[in-house]
Ligand binder design. Structure first.
Ligand code: BG6
Ligand code: MG
Length: 220
């Protein structure tokens, strides 16, 4: 039986991918690297440093660790300018009412994000109090598709992994959920997220009853 739901943040609760893109794009331009929205897909679910490495690979550049740290910090400063302007209106449609429905049904809720800015974003969106546990980029050492982030979430909630469901928009995140032995709902395009147990375009037309029906059908 379902006891807990673990949510990714970027691309599931809020569309911050756009802000990550704008901030990376600005940095790439300064480095003379042509960085496109298509390239940006590769950065979803991936840590900040790994994202920078991918951009440098695209541009065929090699830099020292010190230079890379400075650039990653610079990107984050630009990203934070966007984040600090965010408010509740940017929560994706249906997410908040779905989480509220879960809580009313005594299902525990955690955040499982690679972002080191996750707490700040939850504060900006005024939804920090909805989560029984927050596992973010400051708490994990292994990036998705490693299951660490979701296993930590389950442990903090004191729920066994088999009783957890993960909501993810990134391929690496879906793999992480599967590596954790959890049922996974993909948010987005089914052709990209085909490894998930269930794929929905968003939460607007979704509820607990539908989730439970799909979990039974999946004979999970
Ligand atoms: C993930 C995003 O949630 O967090 C990635 O999908 C991002 O695109 C990663 O790189 C790390 O985020 P931050 O906020 O720590 O730079
Ligand atoms: Mg995501």
């Amino acid at each position: 039986t379902l006891k807990a739901c673990l949510f990714d943040l970027d691309g599931v609760i809020v569309d911050t991918a756009r802000y990550h893109f704008l901030a990376w794009k600005q940095l790439a331009e300064q480095l003379g690297i042509d960085f496109t929205e298509e390239h940006n897909e590769l950065l979803k679910g991936v840590s900040r440093m790994r994202s920078l490495d991918i951009i440098l690979e695209i541009g065929g550049k090699t830099l020292s660790e010190e230079e890379k740290t400075a650039l990653a910090n610079k990107k984050n400063e630009v990203y934070l300018e966007y984040i600090l302007k965010m408010d509740e209106s940017e929560i994706l449609p249906g997410v908040k009412s779905f989480i509220t429905e879960l809580k009313n049904n005594h299902i525990r809720v955690a955040l499982g994000s690679a972002s080191k800015n996750a707490r700040l974003i939850l504060k900006r969106l005024n939804i920090e109090n909805l989560f029984d546990a927050v596992i973010d980029g400051n708490k994990v050492s292994e990036a998705k598709p490693d299951p660490e982030v979701f296993l930590n979430g389950a442990a903090e909630l004191q729920v066994e992994p088999e009783a957890c469901v993960v909501f993810e928009d990134a391929v690496a995140g879906i793999e992480a959920a599967q590596n954790a032995g959890m049922f996974c709902v993909g948010i987005g395009d089914i052709t990209i997220l085909k490894k998930a147990n269930l794929v929905i375009p968003g939460f607007a037309d979704f509820n607990l009853e539908k989730l439970q029906a799909c979990m039974q059908e999946d004979s999970y």
